[in-house]
Write a protein that binds this ligand. Structure first.
Ligand SMILES: Nc1ncnc2c1ncn2[C@@H]1O[C@H](COP(=O)(O)OP(=O)(O)OP(=O)(O)O)[C@@H](O)[C@H]1O
Length: 511
């Protein structure tokens, strides 16, 4: 075993990185050493400064202080283009592929190889993609349409895209957040294939078990600075979480059923799509009682987003929706919300927040009739501000204050604000799409506690999540959606993530 590290074995060295935003020091004197050919995980609570550090390494942000060395040489990045030239590529959590183009077109977009003259040299590009795919075992066909491939393959296309641009150091932002268990295993195999060929991988994750399984080294960031550098053999997930928060974690509660026989939501025959076409939602019928969490498991893109939008009245559908005994099928989205439906949307930037408005104005968004927010015909500024402060405290939203813009919060803290808002005003039904996506383990446990407490008080919850542990841990009953239809159901007390994962991919059904 070699104990000495020569400079040439270090792929990335960050030294004394500091980055300030108004009212916040996002990174404070951070040092990080990533060995070449390692899978190096970065963990930390929401708002700890992980994304900021990665944005600095990828040239999206400039540090106020500190030095970056890549393969031993100091570098200064002004744009991601500079980072790419230095061999650093980033795969974002939200894929950036165009559905209606082929893999090949997506990969070469922006860096088209030209023949003499101006024509794009597709043959050369196709060969290069095949070579890269073969070299790293990615199994990518350059000629399929992106709309025809699944989430796991899309992610491999994103990885191939940065390799195509010459990256030898890859930054992955929460790569497993959108994957089902077998896709996670496949990704890890791919990552091992990449590092065997000398690629270095840096990845951010909130899934500590996965981090322990795949990483060669782990850096823990707390409140903007590195607090520990550990090797996975030496720690448990719980110890890692304790390093992240800087104190001992509470033990999880035991659960008991709070399901009543009072129907809160009844959905009957909900369908989207005309006869003769493939329907995105096909005759979905379900019931949720007061005090019950119904979990919907499914691979992304199988109709769960449409189900939520149909119940919220965002998308036209046929069938009926009844809330607490009252049919609301023809109601507008606003009226449904005002009747007592809380809604944590899948895409917090498009549907959940006004990024360029302060936190307290975001508190009012979609909740214009809630008591704390209005006085007669007028907005109750004082009440809304006080209630925003309450949410910030109860849900531990890390922010310098309630007047900062929503865009200045870290992703996980934006999510906590939305969850707090949607659980306010005693909703009858909460539609929660990926409620803890992007939040750290501590905040996840806190959100689960809030949900359990509200459930005990009679809240009905429709839970959509890609996180199978969350679905199994929170739900009273589980249904599986596949190609727009509910195809199976399970008791969360007995089902395993593997069984659920295989039902989600339609295993056991005719193709
Ligand atoms: N553009 C910005 N303007 C102001 N403050 C910002 C900006 N970007 C980040 N911050 C602040 O810097 C801190 C670190 O945020 P960062 O996004 O790096 O955290 P993170 O560890 O990636 O969190 P998460 O796990 O929630 O994604 C937070 O307090 C955040 O509010």
């Amino acid at each position: 075993m070699s104990t000495e590290t020569t400079v040439s074995e270090v792929a990335v060295q960050l030294e004394g990185i500091t980055k300030r935003f108004p009212g916040v020091v996002a990174n404070r004197d951070i040092s990080l050493t990533v060995q070449k050919g390692h899978i190096h995980a970065i963990v930390g609570e929401n708002g700890a400064g992980k994304s900021t550090l990665m944005k600095i390494l990828y040239g999206m942000q400039r540090p106020d202080e500190g030095e970056i060395r890549v393969n031993g040489s100091p570098v200064t990045f002004h744009t991601p283009g500079d980072a790419i030239s230095a061999g650093i590529g980033m795969v974002h959590q939200h894929f950036m592929l165009a559905d209606n183009l082929t893999v090949l077109e997506n990969v070469i977009l922006g860096s088209e190889p030209r023949k003499r003259g101006l024509a794009i040299d597709f043959a050369a590009a196709r060969k290069k993609i095949k070579d890269i795919s073969d070299a790293y075992g990615l199994g990518i066909d350059p000629d399929v349409l992106v709309e025809d491939i699944g989430v796991g393959t899309r992610q491999r296309v994103e990885i191939l895209k940065v390799l195509y641009r010459g990256a030898r150091i890859l930054i992955l932002d929460e790569p497993t957040a959108v994957l089902v268990p077998h896709e996670v295993d496949e990704l890890f195999e791919n990552l091992h294939g990449l590092v065997r060929e000398g690629i270095t991988i840096i990845f951010i994750s909130h899934h500590l078990d996965e981090v322990l399984k795949v990483a060669d080294a782990i850096t823990v960031i707390r409140r903007g600075t590195t607090v520990a550098e550990v090797s996975p053999e030496g720690v448990t997930a719980r110890q890692l979480a304790e390093l992240m928060v800087g104190s001992e974690l509470p033990s999880p509660e035991t659960r008991e059923s709070t399901v009543t026989d009072v129907v809160a939501l009844q959905v009957t025959g909900l369908t989207i799509g005309a006869d003769g076409e493939r329907k995105v939602l096909d005759d979905v019928t379900l019931t949720i009682h007061k005090g019950e969490v119904l979990g919907i498991a499914g691979v992304e893109g199988n109709g769960q987003a449409e189900l939520v939008e149909a119940i919220m009245g965002i998308r036209p559908s046929t069938g009926t929706v009844t809330l607490a005994g009252q049919e609301i099928t023809s109601w507008t989205t606003l009226r449904r919300r005002e009747a007592g439906i809380g809604y944590i949307p899948e895409d917090r930037h498009r549907h959940g927040l006004l990024l360029e408005a302060p936190l307290w104005e975001n508190r009012i968004l979609g909740h214009m009739k809630e008591k704390v927010n209005v006085r007669g015909w007028w907005i109750n500024r004082k009440g809304a501000r006080a209630d925003t402060q309450r949410i910030v405290e109860q849900y531990d939203v890390r922010t310098p204050g309630i007047d900062v813009l929503a865009s200045a919060l870290s992703g996980g803290n934006q999510q906590k604000l939305i969850v707090g808002r949607e659980m306010s005003g005693e909703p009858k039904l909460l539609i929660a799409a990926h409620p803890t996506r992007g939040v750290d383990v501590g905040a996840q446990a806190a959100i689960w506690d809030h949900l359990r407490t509200a459930r005990a008080a009679g809240l009905a919850v429709l839970l959509i999540s890609a996180d199978l542990d969350e679905l199994i841990g929170l739900s009273d009953w589980l249904k599986v959606i596949h190609r727009g239809t509910l195809v199976a159901e399970f008791d969360p007390a007995t089902v395993t993530p593997e069984q659920l994962g295989s039902a989600m991919t339609g295993a056991g059904e005719e193709a």
